[in-house]
Each structure stands twice: as C-alpha cells, then as structure tokens.
Write a protein that binds this ligand. Structure first.
Ligand SMILES: Cc1cc2nc3c(=O)[nH]c(=O)nc-3n(C[C@H](O)[C@H](O)[C@H](O)COP(=O)(O)OP(=O)(O)OC[C@H]3O[C@@H](n4cnc5c(N)ncnc54)[C@H](O)[C@@H]3O)c2cc1C
Length: 318
C-alpha cells in the first residue's frame, strides 16, 4: 500500500500534540496527526482536565445550593442521576473534541485514528479500524503523553480500585472512599465524591497536600477537605493493600491497608482511588508507543509498544 507522505508526523493528539500540529500547519507544513483515541484532545480532554472540571462544576452547584440555606433559600434534598451526570460530562467532552476536529480540518491537518508503531525512522504504521496504514514522514513529533499507573502492590485486579480514569466515570458513589494521594487530582476527585455523598478518607505520604503549590493556595483546600472529607491523614503512607479473606464475613470485599503512622489498619468499605501525590494519574508517566531512535532505522516490535521503547518525559507535564 502506498504510504501517506507528509512533512511532519505528530503522534498523539493531546494538548502537546494538537498544538504542535496546528502550529506547524499554520507555518505551512503538511501535517499528519495520529491518535489511537477516536476523540482528539488526549488525556486532558477525554480523561483529565475537562471531565474533572465538569464534575467539579456540577458538584459545586450542589454545594452552593446547600449553602444558600443560610441566605434563606432552600432547595430540598438534591436528587443525583448519575447516568445524566455522566451523559452531560460526555457532551461537554464531545463538544470540545469536535471543535478540535474542525480546527484540524481548517488547517488541512490529516487526522488518522489508530495506534501508531514506528517501523523505521521515516515510517509509521497505524493500526486503524479499516486496517493498516503507513505514513512516510520527514520529521516526527512524539507527544504520546502518560497514562495512569497502578503500583503492583495496589493492583489487586479488583474493580473497586480505580485510577483517575475510572473514577471520572463515576460508576457509583461508594459509601466510603479511600483516596491515596493528596495531589490536585486526589483533591478534585475527593471533592466530587464527597459532595455526591461518599465518606472520603484521604491519605497523603507527605506532611501537606498539593505538593508544589503555594501554601496560601493549599491552605483553603486543606480547610475544605478537613470539613468535607471524613478524614485527612498526612504523613501516612500506604504500605500494602489487600482484599480480606472470606473467613470473616463482615470484611468480605473490604480493603485492608497497613499504614505507616502507627494506626496500622484501616478497613474501608466502598472503593479506593489510587492517585499520586503530584496529581497525575500516573506517578511515573510513561510515554507509550515505540519511539524511533536516531541512527536506528527499525526499533519497533510489531506487537504493542514494549518497555524498551518507553520514554519517560523529562518532567511531569501535569
Ligand atoms: C484527572 C486529571 C485532571 C487533570 N487536570 C488538569 C488541569 O486541570 N490542568 C492541567 O494543565 N492539566 C491537567 N491534567 C494533566 C493533563 O491532562 C496532561 O498534562 C495533558 O493531557 C498532557 O498532554 P499531552 O499532549 O502531553 O499527552 P496526553 O494528553 O496524554 O495525550 C497523548 C495522546 O497520545 C495518544 N497515544 C499514545 N500512544 C499512542 C500511539 N502509540 N499511537 C497513537 N496514539 C497514541 C493517547 O491516546 C493520547 O490521546 C489532568 C490530568 C488528569 C489525569
């Protein structure tokens, strides 16, 4: 099959990839933008900033309605329809990703949907729904981003242990929710779930939340968490996570956490979100996809991307 020829290939259509693609097109380059997701926008639009802000907004309305009671305005108990909330959140994402599609079209950026694998330093194979396609490029920008990582000690193969991706889908509102990591993602999702009715327990290994944020900004968030969450434990590291055995019925399905702060055991019924303290769903962002190395024409295994080809970005881009 004749490859699609282009001056610039951009692999990954997140905020890094699509801005680079649009900028290059504006400068007169022929650009092909490849992403495995059907919707452009990467993690930020599909599984990150946008859905989390949409949910924060929706739950803020709930909090404001409750607070309005002090002003003499009572709205009664809120009725939360999770299906509708999810559908609304998806509609926000759809609108924004469609906007990106239009921006790409206006710039004549060719968008290919499929997972890309580098065949050599000038050829990308894209596994699309219609079959394999090849892109012959002069230069490439790799903007494959990061994905949530679950440390193996926490990966119990239990659906109730979620990363930010699953948590943003709000499969349900657990009675009790443990959040491991007090970065911005943990605080945001804790706020959403606490407002929807979960008793949130936040555990953070460091002595403060929102590492790297100005303490003037972190303080009001901490104050809010202390009032809205069931518990906030700083200087507390989760060492182990396990589902309990079946012998003791009342603990079936509960998580047992061994904590390093002297409390030892915390049994949590409900769900758990594992989030890193610096706020990314991925404590160790790994660039997925095989990357061409200078002077090595063919590095890509023909299967899915393998660890030897992973590249850790120089710094966290969250
Ligand atoms: C819950 C959450 C909330 C966040 N909130 C904020 C916020 O409020 N503000 C903020 O600035 N940041 C926020 N972030 C971080 C933000 O989402 C990331 O910094 C941003 O998405 C990084 O953009 P990127 O283009 O580098 O990569 P990504 O957005 O990860 O995009 C990479 C793209 O590459 C694609 N891809 C990967 N490998 C291949 C392959 N082999 N073939 C084809 N496609 C491939 C992926 O499908 C993806 O679409 C949040 C993140 C999360 C998880």
């Amino acid at each position: 099959m004749e490859p699609l020829k282009t001056e610039l290939l951009v692999l990954g259509a997140g905020p890094g990839g699509y801005t680079a693609a649009f900028y290059a097109a504006d400068k007169g380059k022929r650009v092909v933008l490849v992403d495995q997701d059907k919707r452009l926008g990467g993690v930020c639009l599909n599984r990150g900033c946008i859905p989390s802000k949409a949910l924060l907004h929706a739950t803020q309305v709930l909090r404001q309605a409750k607070a309005a009671k002090a002003h003499g305005l009572s709205f009664g108990a809120p009725q939360v329809n999770l299906d509708k909330l999810r559908a609304w959140k998806e509609s926000v994402i759809d609108k924004l990703t469609q906007g990106l599609g239009t921006l790409a079209q206006k710039r004549s950026v060719t968008v290919l949907c499929g997972r890309g694998y580098f065949e050599d330093s000038h050829t990308l194979r894209v596994e699309t729904e219609e079959g394999q396609k090849f892109v012959a490029y002069e230069r490439a920008i790799i903007a494959v981003g990061s994905k949530p990582a679950l440390p193996s000690a926490f990966d119990l193969g239990n659906k109730r242990i979620m990363t930010s991706t699953e948590a943003l889908d709000i499969p349900d509102v657990p009675e009790k929710l443990l959040i491991v990591g007090g970065g911005y993602i943990g605080m945001e999702l804790g706020t959403v779930y606490a407002t929807l009715g979960s008793n949130v327990v936040l555990v953070e290994a460091l002595g403060s939340i929102l590492l790297g944020a100005d303490s003037d900004l972190a303080r009001p968030v901490m104050r809010y968490a202390e009032s809205a969450f069931g518990e906030v434990r700083l200087n507390t590291k989760v060492l182990r996570m396990a589902t309990s055995g079946k012998q003791r019925r009342r603990f079936i399905g509960a998580f047992i956490l061994r904590l390093a702060d002297g409390i030892r055991l915390l049994r949590v019924r409900g769900g758990a979100i594992r989030l890193n303290r610096c706020g990314r769903g991925a404590p160790h962002p790994t660039a997925r996809g095989s990357a061409p190395r200078p002077g090595r024409p063919s590095i890509g295994p023909r299967g899915p991307a393998r660890p030897h080809a992973y590249r850790r970005p120089p710094s966290d881009n969250g």
